[in-house]
Ligand binder design. Structure first.
Ligand code: 13P
Length: 287
């Protein structure tokens, strides 16, 4: 059964480790992530962007697929199904469809409007026992065509949003989605420290987990980050393994064109990436 992310993140914050949010795109992604979490006895959060939700035929299909897998793969570790960077309408649709967690990304609204909409969604999520993530300070890079600049959040605004009763808070600290450019300035630990001082026990979320050096990840966890989002890195490892398979001409050998064979190296590559991240984040054995 899907669970809210609240308990796993409260434990992570107290235990000084982070739970990974791995974004899903299709059946192979979902299966690879769930099997790895189960094998490593790690809690896990499956992230679904609005674009990926559409791609997978809509939120109800996603909920059906994930619930089916939890049952038929015998998954016993805590799993949350979470809307990633949800719009107000998207958040409502996911609540309706049976997600166990949502992110309402109101970072592009003026703060008053972000507050009003977040408040309303917090009340609905509380009533349903769901977790809700809010964002302050836009996370840069491109995601589903939305490009942000990678700004640093105002710690006072973070406190204001945290006090609305959200479960976890994403604060921009110079992180961006996708690959980091050569001249990236790195994470702003000053901002993170200030946010954590003001928000206390609130689990903090680090978006753009792909390509952040290990020492920065560890330092971020030590400063209160308890959820780290990874998307692009699984896509890169999947694409790389699939390309190798094709370039080696394996799809032309025997029944190598069978999708179950063709997609297997990519699915294994996702597993390896997820494993590496869970080890780095410290969530192994914490289920
Ligand atoms: P990356 O694609 O950079 O790993 O970011 C993922 C993310 O933050 C999803 O919200």
């Amino acid at each position: 059964m899907l669970v809210s992310a609240k308990e796993m993140l409260t434990k992570a914050k107290a235990g000084k480790y982070a739970v990974g949010q791995f974004n899903i795109n299709n059946l192979e992604w979902t299966k690879s992530i769930l099997l790895t979490a189960e094998e490593l006895k790690s809690p896990v959060i499956l992230g679904v962007s609005e674009g990926a939700g559409k791609y997978m035929c809509g939120y109800k299909t996603v909920v059906g697929m994930v619930n089916g897998m939890l049952d038929e793969l015998g998954i016993t570790v805590p799993v949350a199904l979470h809307l990633d960077h949800g719009s107000y309408e998207g958040a409502k649709a996911c609540i309706e469809a049976g997600f166990s967690s949502i992110m309402f990304d109101g970072s592009h609204y003026p703060i008053e409007e972000n507050v009003a909409k977040t408040k309303e969604l917090v009340a609905v999520c509380n009533e349903k026992g769901m977790s809700i993530e809010a964002e302050v300070g836009s996370i840069g890079g491109e995601e589903d065509g939305v490009v942000g600049a990678g700004e640093c959040a105002d710690p006072e605004e973070c406190k204001m949003i945290a006090d609305l009763g959200v479960t976890m808070l994403a604060a921009g600290i110079g992180n961006i989605h996708g690959k980091y450019p050569e001249n990236w300035a790195g994470l702003s630990f000053e901002t993170l420290d200030a946010v954590q001082q003001l928000t206390g026990d609130m689990p903090l979320v680090l978006h753009g987990g792909t390509g952040i050096p290990e020492d920065m990840i560890k330092k971020a966890i030590s400063l209160g980050v308890s959820k780290i989002n990874v998307n692009t890195e699984c896509q890169l490892s999947f694409a790389d393994a699939t390309r190798k398979y094709i370039e080696a001409g394996k799809d032309l050998e025997g029944k190598g064109f069978d999708p179950r064979k063709l997609l297997a190296p990519g699915a294994d590559a996702i597993k390896a990436t997820v494993k590496e991240k869970m080890e780095l984040f410290g969530s192994v054995g914490k289920a």
